[in-house]
Structures are given as C-alpha cells and as structure tokens.
Design a protein around this ligand. Sequence first.
Ligand SMILES: [Zn+2]
Ligand SMILES: [Zn+2]
Length: 353
Amino acid sequence: MTAAADFKHSSAPEPHRSRTKQILRAHPEIRSLIGPSQSTFWWTLVVVALQGVVAWFAATSSWWVVFLLSYTIGAFANHGLFVLIHECTHRLVFKRKAPNFITGLIANMPLFFPSIAPFQKYHLKHHAFQGVYELDADVPSLWEAKLIGHSAFGKALWLLFYPFFQALRPMRMKEVQVMQGLEVINLLVQIAVNVAVYYLLGPKALAYLAMSFFFSIGLHPLGARWIQRHYLTGEGEQETFSYYGFLNAVTFNVGYHNEHHDFPSVPWNRLPKIKAAAPEFYQELKSYTSWTRLFFQFLFDRELSLYSRMVRADRNRVGLSDEVRPDLDAIEATRPVAMKAPPMAAREVLGAS
Ligand SMILES: [Zn+2]
Ligand SMILES: [Zn+2]
C-alpha cells in the first residue's frame, strides 16, 4: 500500500459538540462535575518546587546525571506543568481569567520557554476549530508533513525538535495575531526567571530545565501523547482518542482527551468521572493503554506519518474569537428562554460567519 501524502478530509462537523449534547441528555448529573478546581493551584506550587529542588541538585552533578534527571523526573514534572497550564487556559483553576493566567505564569517558570500565553491562544482555537487547517495549530503544517515523510528517522527527528515545528505553525494562521500583550508579559517573566536560575543555581540547573522541556514534549514515551490525541492510526472516522493507561496517574489525567473535548469545563481531577458516568459513550471508541507501544508504532509503521490527521473546511458557524465550550453551550441551550444570558445567546448569532 502506498503511504498517504495528504491529510484525510472530513465533510462532517467536529464530533464533540453533538456527543456532549447526547451525553448530557442521558446523564444530566455530569453537570455537577463542571467548574474550577482550586487544588490545581497547590499542585502547581508543588511541581514548581520539585523542579526547583531537582535543578538545585543538578547544578552540582555531572552532565550524565543532569541528562538522566531531565529524561526521568524532569520530563514528567515539566509535562505535568504543561497539563496544569492547559487547565489555566480553560479557566479550570479559578473562575476569573487573571488568577488563572498568573497560575499559568507560575507553572511556566521551570519550562525555560514562554508557553502559557501562546499556548492559550492557539489551544482554544484547537477546540473551536478542530481540524480546520488555517486555525488548528495542533494539525502539522503541510511542509512539515512533507519534510518528515514516513521514515522512523524522520519521525524521531520531528519528535525531538517538536517545539520548533510547533513554534513555526502560527505562520500559517494568518487570521490570528502573533504577538500580543500577554505574550510580552510571559516572555519578560520567563527571561527574568531564566536569568535568576542561571545566576543563583548555575548553568547546569538551567540546562536541566531546558532539557526537561525538550524531553517532556518530544523524543520520549511521553511524546506519544501528541500521537494519541488526534493521529489516525486505523480506519474509520474517529479523530480524537483517549489513553487510559497507568501514566494518567502522574500526568494529571491528560489521557482523557475525548472526555476533555466533550467537556472542556470539567477539570483534570474529575475527567475519569465522566467516563465512569457515561461508559456506553466511551467504551465504543478506540482508545490506548500504552504510550510506549504507540510511540514505537508511530515511529516504525510506514503508513503512519504527519499526514495521519483529519482536516475539515467547515467551521461550523463558529466565529474567530468564540471560546467554544460545548458543555456550557449545551446546558445553556436547555435553559428556559427567559433565563438565558444575552451575551451567550447573542454569541450564537453573531458568531455565525
Ligand atoms: Zn484543552
Ligand atoms: Zn485535542
């Protein structure tokens, strides 16, 4: 069989909005899982402190110890901080935007690169425009897919340099402004943190954090989470996949990706409860139990590549600045007309373009 040289195209709208409605109809009790979880703030402090202590230890260790630490503790800790940043992005720590952003800035401190501000902007678009090539930065760029090809070596390089590829994707998102105020704040805070680490702890401590960043994202079994979420590893129309393996215990349940897209207003610690409450909706979907197996499958299966993605042209009448939250929207839609908040109702109409 010849390996694909184009994405798979869908003429259907993204799958989550309709499933959210069905699940809420069948299991209205899931509404009680919606809402921020302030414990995430304390988890953020714990993981940032852990990275501070390990960086301090790494500062006086040999280079191979620095490497080992960053591939093990560092990769998991920084990955955990990305997941916590993701929580802040969806305003799942506090109700208001500002304290979520500040929590995100704190979670960002050991990550070496400024991440919260750009991630926030592009990730919300990923939810609102899943598979829309011009707006979903989770979909690889065509040049990227062509360059990497189908070889194990190419895909390993791609995972190793994943942050660089991801950083270049906004170039194709012509409708989204690249640098805004929050990005500048994020950048300045991060420069200050990195300089402080360098002078207070030393260059090895900073190298430890930078290496942890790369391993947490790329050439590491944890890197398979990128593949798990939206890469098509088989036939069929399913385009979002969950991982239910044991590593969810140390990754703030990041594997529950179908549940997260269906209910982006439910925080990480309550995601397993969605599957437990509505098993009939999730058991029938394809899912994974091993990132390591998927990691090697992706590398060595020549039919899998960066083209193994579903794309669509249909924006489903969503406006560019809309924050799509299918769970809240579905609940809003079932409320009596007199109780509806005008901005939400208006958004449905104004967002249609
Ligand atoms: Zn999300
Ligand atoms: Zn996703």
